[in-house]
Ligand binder design. Sequence first.
Ligand SMILES: Nc1ncnc2c1ncn2[C@@H]1O[C@H](COP(=O)(O)OP(=O)(O)OP(=O)(O)O)[C@@H](O)[C@H]1O
Ligand SMILES: [Mg+2]
Length: 311
Amino acid sequence: MLKLIKSQFKKCCTRCTYNAKKSAKTEIETVKTGFEKYELIEQIGEGGCAKIFLANNIVTNEKCAIKCIETKTEKAKRYLQYEISTMQKMKGIKGVVQMQETFKDDEETTHIVMEHINGWCLQDVVENLQIDERVIATLCKSILKSLQQVHARRIIHRDIKCGNIMLTKDGETKLIDFGYATYCPEGGYVKSGKVGSMFWMAPEIFQKEAYNHKADIWSFGIMVLEMYLGDPPYYGSPKTNETIVTHLAMGDVPIPGGMSSKMQNFVRRCLAYSPDERPNVDELLDDVYLRDTVTIEDIADNINRMFKVTV
Ligand SMILES: Nc1ncnc2c1ncn2[C@@H]1O[C@H](COP(=O)(O)OP(=O)(O)OP(=O)(O)O)[C@@H](O)[C@H]1O
Ligand SMILES: [Mg+2]
């Protein structure tokens, strides 16, 4: 794929250089644009219909991440539009990945240029390391502060999970991937088909009912279990997808008995079956479980050290 993108890159560059020469003649435009401006270094991620590359901006000599998204269907084009317009609304939020620009390679590939987050995807961290409850509480607090800003802009993320959280080498969290995000007016609801990732999906979305930002709180609760267990509940279970869906749609989520009662209670609040009984972000931030935390320097030290030893 990297080769493919690089060859696309070369093709595009020839095209861009041609345009630049033409512009130079007419003295209109000599600014570097699109792929002409970036040097791809390596692939750093892959999702449903996107590949993410580490790149160098040759104008500023700064690293960035480029998400290359194929949009073959009308639905994919619509989601991409949401992703870009939502990322524009996220400007200035420290705990959310920042978009720099977008450009098109051809009709079916769009590139989102973002700040490069130097660190790890939280999913890799929880899959490899056993994380202590106090560290989880600290991460929860940091992620909730980002989600608070997202919800304040009336956006529902709809895909909260460890795979969409990055942890920087300084111990900070950043929310990424607004590919499923949508706008929900204050006091309003959204109705759609099933959207998001199955194991984290709120029952009201499963059941195709109207929903609001409380759907993110459910996914957040599942994500807390994912941080504790390494995977979301039912993941890898021999049960069929249909049985799992029925359990989750009924709000039947097992809470590990070894967890402290404070943490159990916190998770149960997030996983209240009725969205009206689920707390909003402000209320969750006041939960007693989040009062016993570590410093972000401790998180950075722990994770840097543990990753060096185990991976
Ligand atoms: N700005 C970034 N800096 C560093 N790494 C990134 C960045 N954006 C994405 N990644 C890496 O790429 C992976 C996939 O990114 P993203 O979640 O945006 O793609 P996606 O296609 O929407 O994924 P999925 O369908 O699995 O949710 C992330 O889990 C992360 O490891
Ligand atoms: Mg993702």
